[in-house]
Design a protein around this ligand. Sequence first.
Ligand SMILES: NC(=O)c1ccc[n+]([C@@H]2O[C@H](COP(=O)([O-])OP(=O)(O)OC[C@H]3O[C@@H](n4cnc5c(N)ncnc54)[C@H](OP(=O)(O)O)[C@@H]3O)[C@@H](O)[C@H]2O)c1
Length: 161
Amino acid sequence: MKISLIAAMAKNRVIGRQGDIPWKIPGEQKLFKKITLGHAVIMGRKTFESLKRSLPDRTNIIVTRQKDYVADGCIVVHDLLQALKSCPQNEDEAFICGGGQLYQAAFAMADRIYLTVIPRDIAGDTYFPEIPATEFRVIKSETIAVAGIEPYDFYIYKRIK
Ligand SMILES: NC(=O)c1ccc[n+]([C@@H]2O[C@H](COP(=O)([O-])OP(=O)(O)OC[C@H]3O[C@@H](n4cnc5c(N)ncnc54)[C@H](OP(=O)(O)O)[C@@H]3O)[C@@H](O)[C@H]2O)c1
């Protein structure tokens, strides 16, 4: 099973502010849905609480250290290895969907990174990790043009070692 991170970040690597995502970009949610639909999505407890409900048509796995945590429609686990073991047996690609703590914890295991980049700095308090050029190469790069806002970029990185 491939392990992939999927995130959207600003130019200054910000992914969140005060428990939420500090932007709304048309098409970004659609892209996230298209890529993750039918797969296992693994997220930290804070990201789950920011979504307020499980993501439909995906196996939702929530990581928390709280032993008695309950999340409606989700599998609750207490570390990343347990999260990976909880993916359906036939899963070919599991997605780590954030937030900052989960990306950091899973970075060393990631085979791929799906990354949307908004080409301006945005104030925030949660960041996506640096991607070392010695560890990953870009296998897809696309600029997405949307009416009324500046175009944004979408990359797929593949681990080279
Ligand atoms: N732009 C994007 O693509 C994107 C995507 C997702 C989220 N976000 C944003 O990111 C922010 C949230 O990120 P965050 O870093 O604050 O929180 P987070 O990673 O979503 O969740 C952190 C929580 O997950 C649990 N956890 C983390 N690592 C763990 C581990 N190794 N083992 C067991 N449990 C672990 C802990 O839960 P307990 O405290 O319950 O033990 C921890 O408090 C929000 O602003 C959100 O909107 C942005």
